[in-house]
Design a protein around this ligand. Structure first.
Ligand code: UGA
Length: 425
């Protein structure tokens, strides 16, 4: 098939590459000429393990091309994937400006029957909206179908997730479009959920919100475990072995971040409010998540004293999770802001993210030198097996605050550190 991917971010680029792997011919379209130029040259402009190799491979075979020519791209392809961003609007809902602009262009340039697929995370009713916008902008009534086909890949493991999804969701009322989508995904060995576009759109938000709920549940439980001196990791393990619960997304820490959970949970809350059925459970999820970095700072204060003014704190990790350079809604940056409000001196490190401020250092040794405490904010593998003995000699005070519960508490305590995790007793 000839597939057009509109929007070449994490989702668009990964999706396009997966379709190349399946033997389809793919065109990537973006309005940002710089991004297109970088991709054409085989350079991924964001960090995502494994993608750049595939990008180079498919550019070389000419299976993958990039363009900024919207009209030609729409006319030349059979299947159009909308993968543009849906940022958060001031009221918490999803801003559909980019999606609507794309739909308008499709309407203007549609020359024969095509299937238009929304891959971006879009609120319930968007397939209908896209249909209307396309129709309004058509000069002649050429038929088309709109399908909702949400993406469930995670940053940091995008390729693996996209190649081996748990399920594929196809939301359409058109038999023709359904047949085309089945054909597109025929080589994937996972269940395919075929449903109405509205249900498909809801599945995406409900999945992300449920995962966020699991995280907030374990985080709030961790606070209780902290008081009772219970290791929350044992609790996660003990409940996660129940297959009805499962062990995933039960790691207590500094709270969820990234470009999806924070915005998607709020968007679903907004959708529910508009329907007059508030999702109070998700409102609690957001509240707990917002409290988590504050809870962690209280821990730091209990050890270092309530006045952090003359304290130097080394923050390890800036991205919202490991294996990505994405810092959107990163708990690390939220913690740093709050520590700066307390007038602490901050030194930071990240293996991939290069922000420069506040005082970012290239090596962990430089970062922790003279620090009263080090705080692990991102679960990068690099932080697991550090030369703790050596680092201790560089620090002013041997305090470790492990916001990801990733260190061996006993091991670092044996070396003379004071260790505090998230109920990691
Ligand atoms: C999330 C979903 O997991 C994907 O399925 C979805 O496709 C994607 O959003 C999206 O909507 O595009 P992502 O935001 O890349 O993926 O990252 P996750 O691995 O889900 O992590 C989100 C946040 O939760 C991170 O800050 C992570 O550190 C945190 N987390 C995760 C925890 O604090 N504890 C856990 O046990 C798991």
């Amino acid at each position: 098939m000839k597939i057009l991917i509109i929007g070449t971010g994490y989702v668009g680029t990964t999706t396009g590459l997966i379709f190349c792997e399946m033997g389809h011919k793919v065109t990537g379209l973006d309005l940002d000429e710089q991004k297109i130029q970088a991709l054409r040259a085989g350079n991924l402009y964001f960090y995502e393990p494994g993608l750049e190799e595939l990008l180079t491979k498919h550019i070389q075979t000419n299976q993958l091309t990039f363009t900024i020519d919207t009209e030609k791209a729409i006319k030349d392809n059979d299947l159009i994937f909308i993968c543009v961003g849906t940022p958060q609007a001031p009221d918490g809902s999803a801003d559909l400006t980019f999606v609507k602009n794309v739909a308008k262009s499709i309407g203007q340039h549609l020359n024969e029957y095509k299937v238009i697929v929304t891959k971006s995370t879009v609120p319930v009713g968007t397939a209908k909206l896209v249909t209307s916008v396309i129709q309004e902008n058509q000069t002649s009534p050429i038929p088309f179908d709109v399908v909702s086909n949400p993406e469930f890949l995670r940053e940091g493991s995008a390729l693996e997730d996209a190649l081996h999804p748990d399920r594929i969701v196809i939301g359409t009322t058109s038999e023709t479009a359904r047949t085309i989508m089945r054909e597109l995904y025929k080589d994937f060995h996972c269940p395919i959920v075929e449903t109405h576009p509205k249900a498909s759109e809801m599945i995406k938000y409900a999945a992300n919100s449920f995962l966020a709920l699991k995280i907030s549940y374990i985080n709030e439980l961790a606070r209780v475990c902290d008081n009772l001196v219970i290791n929350v990791k044992d609790v996660s393990n003990g409940i996660g072995l129940d297959h009805r619960i499962n062990p995933h997304f039960l790691n207590a820490g500094m709270g969820y971040g990234g470009s999806c959970f924070p915005k998607d949970v709020k968007a679903l809350i907004q959708t529910a409010k508009e329907q007059g059925n508030p999702l109070s459970i998700l409102e609690a999820v957001v509240k707990v998540n917002a409290e988590q970095p504050i809870y962690f700072i209280e821990k730091i204060k209990q050890s270092l004293g309530s006045d952090l003014k003359n304290k130097t704190i080394a923050v390890l990790g800036l991205s919202f999770k490991a294996n990505t350079d994405d810092t959107r809604e990163s708990p690390s940056l939220i913690l740093i802001d709050k520590l700066l409000e307390e007038q602490a001196t901050i030194k930071t490190h990240d293996p991939i993210v290069k922000m420069g401020v506040p005082h970012q250092f290239l090596t962990i040794e430089e970062t922790v030198a003279g620090a009263d405490a080090l705080v692990i904010c991102t679960d990068w593998d690099d932080y697991k097996n550090l030369n703790w003995q050596g680092l201790k000699t560089l620090m002013k005070q041997p305090y470790i605050f492990d916001g990801r519960n990733m260190l061996d508490k006993e091991k670092v305590e044996k070396l003379g550190f004071y260790y505090f995790g998230m109920a990691n007793h």
